[in-house]
Design a protein around this ligand. Sequence first.
Ligand code: ME8
Length: 517
Amino acid sequence: MSKYYLTTAIDYVNGRPHIGHAYEKIMADVISRHYKQRNMDVYFLTGTDEHGIKIQKTAEKSQKLPIEICDMNANEFKKAWKLLDIDYDKLIRTTDAEHTQIVQKIFKKLMDNGDIYKHSYTGLYCSGCESFLNPRDLTEDGLCPDHMVKPEEIQEENYFFKLSKYKDRIVEHIKTHPEFIQPAFRANEVLNQLENIEDISVSRSKESVSWGIDVPGDDSQIIYVWIDALSNYITALGYDPDSPSDLFKKNWPADVQIIGKDIMKFHAIYWSAILMALGLELPKTILAHGWITIDQAKMSKSIGNVIAPKDVIEEFELQYPDAFRYFMMVTAPSGKDGNYSDLDFKERVNADLANNIGNLLNRTLNMLVKYFDGEIKFVPKSSDIANEALKTVESVKDKFDRFELAEAAQDIVNFANVVNKYVNDTAPWALAKDGKLDECSEVLYNVLESMRFIGILLLPYCPNISRDILSQLSFSESGYDSLNWGLIPVGRLTEKEKIKPVFLRVDSEFAGDKKKS
Ligand code: ME8
């Protein structure tokens, strides 16, 4: 079994999880489940980023200790991921004792190697980015382009990391490893940013920010958030500069590190340089996703349009998070921005999951009961539908290998469309009526076997619906090994009482408990 290590960005806990955070974690979960189906030994890390000025200020405003805010909100993130069936192996918190100790060791190692030096500095700090900005990157009005706020002018003596020393090696790495930055169109952005790269401040004086990890040997400074935050990807595995753990040795370098497009610079440049300075390999791929807007507007507390994942689940009284997971994955083409609206959500999941896939299974099982007493009479020879199914499997695999999750989901839906058309064209009800029972049985078999493929392919997006589809087909294997045609055996498959819809249209009179009464 080959290992597969994937990580997500760790979320700031100065607020609660919203559907933008959820988008990324669902994406990671979908990738993780897919590679597990292909027998990979997956380790999936997520976490929360708990130090820095934002959290300190949030705590001050609510007259709480920073750690109280962290505990409260970290718990909200955990609850949200549970609600969404995000099946991670570890959720690291940067306030964890193991993490803070190792970050200090990393900082010390970088100092001992001469990669960190002390320097007096005046700079423009944006607390939204938790970063100093270069004046040439500001808008014409002198605002941070991402947060549209005026950065604060700060004069401090800080520790600096020799980022510029690694510039040429990073450029070389990007140019010689086309898979390193995904989608590939983002590589040029990074190369442009690298042209003007300077050494970066990696500490703050405690007078300006006190909520952070102490610089080893200097209790007037804290380690500024990016070294702290980025290191999570290795501290979570038990990396230690002196004696790395077996988990670290097994899993590093990461196979994919999933982040939002706004933090590409920190990952492709800062993180690469830190890893180089530590003598560690770079991750194979950094995958930047786009941003999720709500009704085409940027999500923001001031506009008041922030949606939490649980809002959607509750609003539509979803029994499982599957429909939400599915929608989030198909709303944005790979690497591009996507949009959430209640209407789009309803239309998309009703069309794809209820009408296209759910009804197809339901209709076919009912015909099997009606015409054959729920029994598979024989396994027919291969067919065009079988070829189409096998082609879909290859195409879904290729798309996953390129992290094109919306496109892979579309392949599954397209295949379901082909099968629906096949049913309409062959009209098994008419075959039964005309006494052509062998032909009818053959059609039903092909459709049910196709549904088994669809159930397995859909699993990463919709784990509960997939389980229900496979259970209706009395099939328990869900790995890619069982994507061979013809595995539903001859014999009794189902009976009337066992047939249940796997996904009800949202807003239907049957969906949700409240609507039932
Ligand atoms: O950036 N749509 O934390 P964060 C899609 N702690 N993705 C979104 C989004 C949206 N509307 N809003 C946020 C941080 N994200 C740092 C990361 S990693 C070592 C440190 C994504 O809470 C964002 O792009 O602001 C990022 O990948 C993640 O959510 C956490 O954002």
